[in-house]
Design a protein around this ligand. Structure first.
Ligand code: ZN
Length: 177
């Protein structure tokens, strides 16, 4: 990684931290939200062997449009059109119901770009690990199981491009509660 790439990476982490600063995860400890995008970047680089800078930057930013006031245009201005496209590919439309959003993730998985597939894999790996480590407050075991099965349905639609990440996903899926 060169100096310019390192600069953009740190800028993206800082941008995400600012945008998510008032948010918490749904676990019982209500962890700071930024732990989640950082965990994705960690999985991609240190477990998945991903070295593509745009993928890692997009992972850091992947929930900013969905969960904060951040716009796609802002992402493009600050991080370029490729990063914007990856983030948009993995962004749910929060004006739709949860059921429709979940169905759309399944339907869209086969059409995701290679870079968006990596981010989606890391997102599902981290979310399943979080459910195992400490399910969101109030989730009965049935809901945890449904969540695992839905995540697998999404991932089954995008296999074939990221062998290591897919193996990491399968590994965590096998710990289904
Ligand atoms: Zn996420």
């Amino acid at each position: 990684m060169n100096e310019a790439e390192l600069a953009v990476l740190v800028r993206a982490a800082s941008f995400a931290a600012m945008r998510h600063r008032d948010q918490r995860r749904k676990d019982e400890a209500a962890s700071p939200y930024i732990n989640h995008p950082l965990a994705l970047a960690d999985v991609l680089v240190n477990e998945g062997g991903i070295a593509d800078i745009e993928t890692i930057v997009a992972a850091l930013l992947h929930d900013t449009i969905e969960d904060t006031e951040t716009t796609a245009a802002e992402i493009e201005n600050a991080f370029g059109a490729v990063v914007r496209m990856i983030v948009e590919e993995v962004t749910d439309d929060m004006s739709l119901t949860r059921a429709v959003r979940k169905q759309l993730q399944v339907e869209r998985a086969p059409r995701l770009s290679t870079q968006a597939r990596a981010v989606k894999l890391a997102d599902k790996i981290c979310n399943l690990r979080d459910v195992i480590d400490g399910p969101p407050a109030g989730w009965p075991i049935e809901r945890c199981r449904e969540y695992f099965d839905w995540a697998k349905e999404v991932i089954d639609g995008l296999r074939g491009e990221h062998e290591r990440l897919e193996a990491l996903f399968d590994h965590v899926y096998h710990r289904r509660p």
